[in-house]
Design a protein around this ligand. Sequence first.
Ligand SMILES: NC(=O)c1ccc[n+]([C@@H]2O[C@H](COP(=O)([O-])OP(=O)(O)OC[C@H]3O[C@@H](n4cnc5c(N)ncnc54)[C@H](OP(=O)(O)O)[C@@H]3O)[C@@H](O)[C@H]2O)c1
Length: 316
Amino acid sequence: MEMWEFIGKVAVALFIARIGWSLLKGVFGSFLAAAIRLNIDVKKTGEWAVVTGATDGIGRAYAFELARLGLKVVLVSRNPFKLQNVAAEINSKYGVDTKIIDVDFTKEDIYERLESEVGKLDVGVLVNNVGMSYDFPEYFTDISDCQEMCDRLINCNIKSLTHMTRIVLPGMVERKRGVIMNLSSLSSIIPAPLLAVYGATKAYVQSFSVSLAAEIASKGVTVQCVMPGFVVSNMSRIRRPTLMAPTPTAYVKSTLRTVGIEKCTAGYFMHKIQVYFIEVAKMHFPGWILTHIVFSQLKAFRTRGHKKKEKEAKTE
Ligand SMILES: NC(=O)c1ccc[n+]([C@@H]2O[C@H](COP(=O)([O-])OP(=O)(O)OC[C@H]3O[C@@H](n4cnc5c(N)ncnc54)[C@H](OP(=O)(O)O)[C@@H]3O)[C@@H](O)[C@H]2O)c1
C-alpha cells in the first residue's frame, strides 16, 4: 500500500512539475525574454522587411509592427488598391518607405518578377504569411473543382514560402543576418479532418521551417515557425477579439517578442496553453479522442457553411 501511495505521489509531483515547467517556459518566451531584451532586435537585421499577404489580418499587422520598429516594408498581395492604401497608411503613420508588389500566389509564374523586385534589396525580415483555406470545412472527395482548389492551396501555402525563401535567403546568408517567419497553424499539430489539404500544407510549413532553421543556424539567420490558433481575421471569420482569439495586432506584438527565443511558437500566450493541452492529450490519451473532438467541431462548421451557401444561392 505504502509503495502505491509513494508511486502515486511521485506521479502527481511529476505532472505538476511538468505543468510548472511548461508554464515557466511560456511566460519566459512571451514576457520575460523580451523584457530583458533577449529576443532579436529586428531593426538590426537589415533595411527592409518583406511581408506576403500584407493587406489584411496577420500579415497587415506584421507590416505595421515592423514599420513601427523602423524597417522599410515591401507589401505583397493581390489587390493593388488595397496595397496602395496600406502603403500610404504605413508611410503617414511611421514615415518609412514602402514598396508594393501585386501578385497572386495561387499562380506559379510570379517568381521571376518577385526575384527582380526583391532579390537585390537588403532584406532583414521575411514574413511568409500568405495563406488560404477552404471556404468552409469539407470532405476531400466533395470539394468542388478539387484539382484546381488543391493546386491553388498548394501554390499559395507551400510554393509561396518555399520560393520567397529561395529568393531572399542567399542575401541574408551573405550578410550573415536575417529573420524568416513562416506562418503555419495549430492545425499542423492536430488532425484536421475536413481541412485535410490545408492542415497538410501547414505541416509542410512547420517541417520546412524546423529543418531550415537547423541548416542555417550557424549562418546568422533565424527561422521561426509561427503556429497561431484562432486570430480575428477574414480567414477565421472571427470578428470580435476574445481571450482565445486576439486581434492580429495583439497576436503579432506578442509573437515578435519570441523571435530568437522560440523556434516554433504559437506566439500568443493563450495559444501556447492550447498547444500544451494538445501535447498532453497526444501523450496520455488514444489519438482517436483528439481526432473525434476536432472532427465534431469541423463538422459543425461544415454544416454552417453549407447552410450559408444555400441561403446565398436563394438570395441571388
Ligand atoms: N486567422 C487565423 O485564425 C489563423 C490561424 C492559423 C493560421 N493562420 C495563418 O496565418 C496566415 C494569415 O492568415 P489571416 O487570417 O491573416 O488571413 P486573411 O485575413 O485572409 O489575409 C490574407 C492576406 O493574404 C492576401 N492574399 C490572400 N490570397 C492571396 C493570394 N492568392 N496571393 C496574394 N495574396 C493573397 C490577402 O490580400 P488580398 O486579398 O488583397 O490579396 C490578405 O492580405 C495564413 O497563412 C493562415 O493560414 C491564420
